[in-house]
Design a protein around this ligand. Structure first.
Ligand SMILES: [Fe+2]
Length: 231
């Protein structure tokens, strides 16, 4: 499995308060069969890391991971809260795209009613592809609206724990419904140290309910395109 949305990197946001905890988190992911992880710290509010500094922090953490012999490959990205000005020129923007490629992990307010469509259009018109983070949390967006955003070329991501962990009671039905309508492109962990890691359980649920092909698509092959292995 490949995890394209996660908060493993220590110190930079609310993902992990120490390198030791981050390494333990990585071991947990590796133990669940995850081979590749994109670290996506928040870019919003108080969390707006300076780009070069973040790259240095990321490299340091990769060295620690190698020294600890943890067999996962790491990539850098960011989970960027959408703001039209910030996204005005993505090429020169102060945030990192997913694995440095053309995909941008884009977060919207849970209260979002409209605006996601226009935001996706703007990102696409600049030659980038928006990956809409945990869309199940944007409860005011209808499935028809999400289908329209997806039809533009945006990718739809849901969180593993929204249907296989502690948030199932809030979002489980919605995620199943999105799967039933064929609207899910990616499942990722959105892992913070204070939460569970549910990728393995989520994979098994998707395989059982929606089949092996769907599981392979949303946990592996679509993510591979993002990290560039099959481009
Ligand atoms: Fe996140």
């Amino acid at each position: 499995m490949i995890d394209i949305h996660s908060h493993f990197l220590p110190y930079v946001d609310d993902g992990s308060p120490s390198a030791e905890i981050s390494l333990a988190m990585l071991k947990m992911a590796a133990g669940q069969g995850v081979t590749d992880i994109i670290c996506t710290p928040h870019y919003r509010g108080n969390y707006k890391p300076e780009k070069e500094g973040l790259i240095k922090d990321f490299k340091k953490f990769c060295e620690l991971k190698d020294a600890a012999n943890i067999g996962v490959k790491l990539y850098l990205g960011e989970e960027v809260f959408y703001d039209a000005r910030l996204f005005g020129d993505i090429k020169t923007a102060p945030f990192s795209t997913l694995a440095g490629g053309k995909y941008v992990l884009t977060e919207f307010s849970p209260e979002a009613v409209t605006g996601v469509y226009d935001a996706a259009l703007s990102v696409l018109s600049q030659g980038y592809i928006p990956v809409i983070a945990h869309i199940e949390r944007c409860v005011r967006l209808s499935e028809d609206y999400i289908a329209d955003v997806r039809a533009l070329g945006a990718l739809i991501q849901v969180n593993a724990c929204s249907f296989a962990g502690r948030e199932k009671k809030f979002f489980g039905k919605r995620v199943y419904s999105l799967f039933s309508e064929g609207l899910v492109d990616l499942v990722a962990s959105d892992f913070h140290y204070s939460r569970d890691y549910c990728m393995d359980k989520a994979y098994r649920i998707v395989r059982r309910k929606f089949g092996e092909d769907v599981a392979e698509t949303v946990f592996v092959s679509n993510a591979k395109k993002i990290i560039g292995e099959s481009l």
